[in-house]
Design a protein around this ligand. Structure first.
Ligand code: SAM
Length: 283
């Protein structure tokens, strides 16, 4: 991995910059999650939960029980202390680590009705192969018919300068097509990040390749997320724009996908990984 995502996010959360930029859940994404939860039951896995803006909304608005995992110790520390009463009651179970930690912390028959993986978590996982492993792990953690709500950044809307800068690293084989490195200023200095930016086609193909059936695809937002979650007016405007504008204008893509059925889940074998992209052929 070219940068430490754990270290970067630890510093990001510790600086409180993340809370300033993203103080609450994206209202239209949350609406999709709540709708799915209504249909899908009450056990939720929040993968890459951060310090809990979606977990908080679900704890407040639904009777769901939530397992929330993140690789950042700072994020899990903040989440655990903020929602200590829910942790004590057993409704919220914070786990420090990735999906392998979730799998090893649960009983073999403990499955989820709904997995949420929101605001670029998948895109922070370095390499196409490891993102595929993460999707396969989620599939195994869902009950038959269980669903995932997943969002990823749109390459056509995000980080154009960084995409240009990444070309040399992609040509040299240090990054894969669609990958970028970017920097975020924090009180504590510069935080370096890895991100994979998606086209809609790649997003849909990746989900289907790893055994999901897509139920719905839309925009996570059209306006930048930090504006949408900080201003009620922008949040409302964005809710309208996401329904009116073509998906190519999305700031991030949102998909709702499901595991087809039980036989499918046990018999499913991951497909062979796609061949690495030709040098210099950025998406
Ligand atoms: C942009 S934040 C999103 C946090 C939260 N979902 C939200 O919407 O506020 C990305 C989060 O993903 C976490 N993350 C990155 N890779 C991860 C992995 N492999 N497993 C679990 N969490 C991961 C980071 O630590 C960070 O908290």
């Amino acid at each position: 991995m070219p940068v430490s995502v754990i270290e970067s996010y630890d510093r990001y959360f510790a600086s409180r910059l993340y809370d300033q930029r993203y103080p609450r859940a994206n209202p239209s994404t949350l609406a999709v999650v709540l709708e799915q939860l209504g249909r899908q039951g009450r056990r939720v896995l929040d993968v890459g939960c951060g310090n809990g803006r979606y977990a908080e909304a679900l704890l407040e608005r639904t009777p769901a029980s939530i397992v929330a995992c993140d690789i950042s110790p700072r994020a899990i520390g903040d989440l655990s202390s903020r929602y200590a009463a829910h942790v004590a009651s057993g409704r919220l179970r914070p786990l420090l680590g990735d999906l392998s930690v979730v799998a090893s912390s649960l009983g073999p028959n403990e499955k989820f009705d709904l997995v949420i993986m929101l605001f670029g978590v998948l895109a922070h996982i370095y390499s196409r192969a490891l993102r595929g492993e993460a999707l396969a792990a989620i599939r195994a953690l869902l009950r038959p018919g269980g669903r995932i709500v997943l969002t990823v950044p749109n390459a056509a809307r995000r980080f154009s300068r960084e995409q240009t800068a990444a070309r040399k690293l992609i040509q040299a084989g240090h990054l894969e097509a669609g990958d970028i490195l970017y920097e975020r200023a924090s009180d504590d200095g510069v935080v370096e990040m890895y991100y994979h930016l998606y086209s809609l086609k790649e997003f849909v193909q990746e989900l289907e390749q790893w055994g999901f059936r897509i139920r719905q695809v839309g925009a996570e937002s059209v306006l930048p997320e930090s504006g949408v979650v900080r201003s009620t007016l922008l949040g409302k405007l964005d809710g309208v724009l996401t329904t009116l504008l073509p998906l190519r204008y999305a700031y991030g893509f949102l998909a709702v996908a499901e595991v087809a059925n039980e036989e499918d889940a046990t018999e499913y074998l991951p497909p062979p990984m796609p061949r690495p992209p030709a040098p210099g052929k950025a998406e």
